[in-house]
Design a protein around this ligand. Structure first.
Ligand code: HEC
Length: 142
């Protein structure tokens, strides 16, 4: 049952994301790629607001690849935005930016009934989110 529910969620997020992208960029479908985070320490189910993996080389490597597969199509390859979505290199670095980052990753962003970014966290999971954050911190710019 849990498996089925997560598949259904994945399908609806993919559809949502595809709708957003085709409207904004006409680049085609957004298909989220599962991220293998089994090498990282478990952090439980409840969403936390502070990166538990900061500076962890394994998390940084996993996060870099997960970013390029799942976020780059909107936020730009290697974190360098082409202007479709914010350039994530300018997020507040370290603890100061963690809560904002994870909130967007988890819930996405919509206003006035329009989806700007689909919610991703429940599909890819919290561990993948913090791995991506760990990598983003390494490419931070002021
Ligand atoms: C379908 C396009 C799309 C995808 C895919 C996407 N985003 Fe976004 N994201 C956006 C847009 C558009 C915004 C700006 C939202 C707004 O204006 O409210 C945004 C905003 C954000 C923000 C807030 C940025 C800021 O400066 O306040 C974060 C953090 C973020 N995204 C992280 C991610 C991560 C991490 C991924 C991949 C796991 C991802 N996004 C995938 C489109 C996307």
């Amino acid at each position: 049952m849990r498996h089925l529910a997560s598949l259904a969620l994945m399908a609806s997020v993919a559809t949502l994301a595809a709708a957003v992208t085709s409207r904004v960029t006409a680049h085609g479908n957004v298909v989220l790629q599962a991220v293998d985070t089994s090498a990282l320490p478990d952090i439980g189910e409840a969403w936390i607001e502070k990166n538990p993996y900061r500076g962890n080389p394994k998390a940084i490597a996993i996060g870099k690849s997960a970013y390029n597969q799942n976020c780059a199509r909107c936020h730009g390859l290697e974190g360098i935005s082409g202007g479709i979505a914010p350039d994530l290199r300018y997020l507040d670095v370290g603890e100061a930016g963690d809560a904002w980052y994870i909130q967007r990753y988890h819930k996405g962003s919509s206003r006035d009934g329009k989806v700007y970014m689909p919610p991703i966290g429940d599909v890819l999971g919290q561990k993948a989110g913090w791995a991506i954050r760990s990598w983003l911190d390494t490419v931070h710019e002021e």
